[in-house]
Design a protein around this ligand. Structure first.
Ligand SMILES: Cc1cc2nc3c(=O)[nH]c(=O)nc-3n(C[C@H](O)[C@H](O)[C@H](O)COP(=O)(O)O)c2cc1C
Length: 310
């Protein structure tokens, strides 16, 4: 079984990837999406999303803990996506992932993300152009939702992605319109899986060991991807693999302090105060103590004051 750490724009950045993969259990990380419009993205911009590109071995780039990292691209123009895909592979990304699930109004208005799920031919063109532009052994993956307004094209979309030569497919088991409203329709992942031959990674609402087991059973997938759950429970991947029990609160609290180490890189930023509050909002869904701590930290504005409190 592989447990993949999901891309989460504005949440799962390289600091969080570093911290969570050091705890362990993750087999792959996917970066926040990098928006491709009509230009080649600069090296500097790619490195901002994926500093792990400076840590490249023969097998591609990894976090410090050794977990491979794959850059995710979001865009709609096949040629431009292909040129940027070739570039990230050259920079050392462990494959390239394509985002066909982003629900953002702005992104969709410009014909990127989930809106592309209305047009299987367009998905085909994008993946096919990327596949032609990268070395044969480079992994090209895609991430989809079940559709835009409805699920009528779910299987056709997956088949188009497979026919274009993608190596694997992650399915977030909801339509764009369903947003994040529970439940995730894991049985739809099974329908997709039955109609294609490439590996399918199941995603959506896996927050506990029990969820992971049920999702794998219902979807028929071996591999899963976790996003919000990884923030609610920092050792979720180890829990799912039954290597460790749920981390006790005092250890999570210590992690919050470890996380402040990363602030030193971004000296004048509000990175840590903002991100710690964001993280506590996820943690409180698993630990009641996190809610109490959030109330204490809510009004603190600097890394120093938060560190002192912790
Ligand atoms: C704040 C946030 C940011 C996200 N950013 C991305 C992204 O950049 N690329 C992407 O493919 N999916 C993105 N997603 C979707 C997640 O990768 C995942 O598919 C979704 O959260 C369902 O999985 P989960 O229930 O394990 O969280 C984002 C989700 C959230 C909540």
């Amino acid at each position: 079984m592989r447990v993949v750490l999901a891309p989460m724009d504005g949440v799962l950045d390289h600091f969080m990837r570093d911290l969570l993969t050091k705890i362990g259990g993750y087999d792959l990380c996917v970066t926040e999406f990098v928006r491709v419009v009509d230009q080649i993205i600069s090296d500097r911009a790619f490195l901002r999303y994926c500093p792990e590109l400076t840590n490249v071995s023969a097998y591609g780039c990894t976090t410090e803990a050794g977990t491979p990292v794959r850059v995710q691209l979001l865009g709609q123009t096949p040629n431009c996506m292909a040129d940027n895909a070739a570039k990230v592979i050259e920079l050392g990304s462990y494959g390239v992932d394509v985002n066909f699930g982003c629900p953002s109004k702005m992104v969709n208005k410009n014909r990127g993300g989930a809106i592309l799920l209305k047009d299987p031919e367009n998905l085909y063109q994008i993946i096919s152009a990327i596949k032609k532009s990268v070395p044969e052994d480079a992994i090209v993956s895609a991430k989809i939702r079940l559709g835009y307004e409805d699920k009528s094209l779910a299987i056709e979309n997956a088949q188009a992605i497979e026919a274009a030569g993608a190596n694997e497919l992650t399915v977030h088991a909801r339509t764009k319109v369903e947003g994040y409203k529970p439940p995730a329709h894991w049985q739809w992942i099974a329908k997709i899986k039955q109609n294609i031959n490439i590996p399918v990674i199941a995603n959506g609402d896996i927050f506990t060991l029990d969820d992971a087991q049920k999702c794998r059973e219902v979807s028929g997938c071996t591999d899963i991807m976790v996003g919000r759950g990884a923030l609610m429970l920092p050792n979720l991947a180890l829990v799912i693999k039954q290597i460790a029990p749920v981390k006790p609160w005092h250890e999570v609290r210590a992690l919050l302090l470890d996380y402040s180490e990363y602030e030193t890189y971004g000296a004048k930023s509000k990175y840590y105060p903002n991100r710690i509050k964001q993280w506590l909002k996820y943690l409180k869904l698993q630990y009641t103590e996190a809610d109490e701590l959030f109330q204490e930290i809510r009004t603190l504005k600097t890394a120093e004051t938060i560190r002192a409190l912790l």
